[in-house]
Design a protein around this ligand. Structure first.
Ligand SMILES: *[C@@H]1O[C@H](CO)[C@@H](O)[C@H](O)[C@H]1NC(C)=O
Ligand SMILES: *[C@@H]1O[C@H](CO)[C@@H](O)[C@H](O)[C@H]1NC(C)=O
Length: 403
């Protein structure tokens, strides 16, 4: 049956049964994983499963909201406190009483989870010997394990504009209450006619295969931020080309949010700021202008802080997948990272096209012509994300579009 707990149980069971399932030889191309890891994703899809519930299995998830501890046992989360950071000014004018921050602080559970002083973005000043030593012990996306000092350092040194230190300039919103829409690509938006409501927000976040042409009535046209990893961006161009996603969104005021999930992201970001072809690695020879347009400057790009990703995962999306042998592959989805970024920077947040309890009624994406079931990736935990969105909506901290 469709209960989330049963689905989660199946996922966990599958994680333990990978080797036997390999015999099926299922190959399911996924968008969010590097090619070498794709096969695992096919094994963790719940759909083909026919497993009897076993009385010996404990239902997982009871410590879903646990706050303590770290992703990797023995290393605890420490926000980088060594910097004198210009804290994002989060003064709440009276017009914004029902802000994310006010609502979160008033909520018993979320009041303990949110830490609004956690750095969201990373920029040149963060590249200190102390931060290097701390982050080189954690694997990406939570740190820099295995990455070269020269690559990380030369990229971060380019993020020296004031625009690299905040997502947006609060002075540009004299009303004081910055309203953000985050648009996921879920099938729930097909026929939703939410375009006008989405575009009415001050800022609109989109991500990965964000097809707009032909779906303006349902998803709107405004785009302030486009979030991605180089892997998801390039895979979206391949996987969703047939639906018209032939180019990464480009516009003068559009800003790109890099999720540093691999060395590729640092290498591409550096080339994008310099406006020069990628000199090395798996994207060697790529011209960043092809993705981000002709304007190459530091102002155009934002980089999520590995500590922010660690904090989000540890506090909001601490999946049991972390306890399986695939734990090192797990990370929150691109959509989840964008929504949580908005929740930590905007005053009011509406989520569109994100997974809802009745997701089975909708196609995977809003632009598919025939209904396709939602793909569950091995490296994400969509049921956990779904529970989080529902819970944030119920607490009045954000609005989740449902139908
Ligand atoms: C940022 O660094 C670049 C390259 O080193 C330099 O040309 C530029 O003037 C710097 N900008 C600021 C605002 O410091
Ligand atoms: C999207 O909506 C249209 C119009 O309501 C419908 O014909 C189509 O089947 C839907 N697509 C999917 C994938 O559900």
């Amino acid at each position: 049956m469709g209960s989330p707990h049963w689905k989660r149980l199946c996922l966990l069971l599958l994680a333990g049964l990978t080797s036997s399932l390999l015999l099926y030889g299922h190959y399911y191309a996924t968008v969010e994983l590097p090619p070498s890891q794709r096969i695992i994703a096919s094994l963790l899809r719940p759909e083909p499963l026919v497993l009897a519930p076993s009385g010996t299995l404990r239902r997982a998830g009871s410590h879903r909201w646990a706050l303590e501890g770290s992703l990797e046992s023995g290393k605890s989360f420490k926000p980088s406190a060594e910097l004198e950071e210009p804290k994002p000014s989060r003064k709440q004018p009276n017009t914004c009483v029902r802000s994310v921050m006010a609502r979160a602080k008033a909520d018993p559970k979320f009041g303990e989870m949110f830490r609004f002083d956690t750095p969201v973005l990373m920029w040149d000043q963060h590249f200190t010997p102390e931060t290097w030593d701390r982050l080189k012990a954690r694997h990406v996306p939570y740190g820099w394990l295995g990455l070269s000092h020269a690559v990380v350092g030369s990229t971060l040194r380019l993020l020296n504009a004031s625009a690299n230190r905040h997502l947006f300039d609060r002075d540009a919103f004299p009303g004081g209450c910055v309203r953000c829409a985050v648009v996921g690509n879920g099938g729930i938006l097909n026929g939703s006619r939410q375009g006008k409501a989405i575009d009415a927000h001050d800022l609109v976040f989109r991500l990965n295969g964000a097809v707009i042409k032909g779906f303006e009535e349902d998803v709107g046209t405004k785009i302030s931020f486009y979030g991605f990893t180089v892997n998801t961006m390039k895979n979206s161009l391949i996987a969703y080309e047939e639906y018209g996603f032939t180019q990464i969104p480009q516009a003068k005021d559009l800003r790109y949010i890099f999720i540093p999930s691999d060395v590729r992201d640092y290498v591409m970001l550096k080339s994008a700021i310099q406006g020069s072809p990628v000199p090395e690695g798996s994207d060697k020879g790529d011209k960043p202008q092809k993705y981000f347009g002709p304007e190459a400057s530091a102002e155009k790009f934002k980089l999520l802080h590995p500590d922010f990703l660690q904090y989000l995962t540890a506090r909001f999306l601490r999946s049991e997948l972390l306890n399986t042998q695939y734990g090192s592959l797990y990370m929150p989805s691109t959509g989840a990272l964008m929504l949580l970024t908005a929740l930590h920077t905007c005053d009011q947040v509406s989520a569109y096209g994100f997974i809802t309890a009745n997701y089975e009624q909708f196609s995977d994406h809003y632009y598919e012509l025939e209904k396709k079931p939602l793909v569950f990736y091995a490296n994400h935990d969509m049921m956990l994300e779904s529970a989080l969105w529902r819970s944030l909506h119920r607490a009045g901290i954000m609005t989740l579009y449902q139908r």
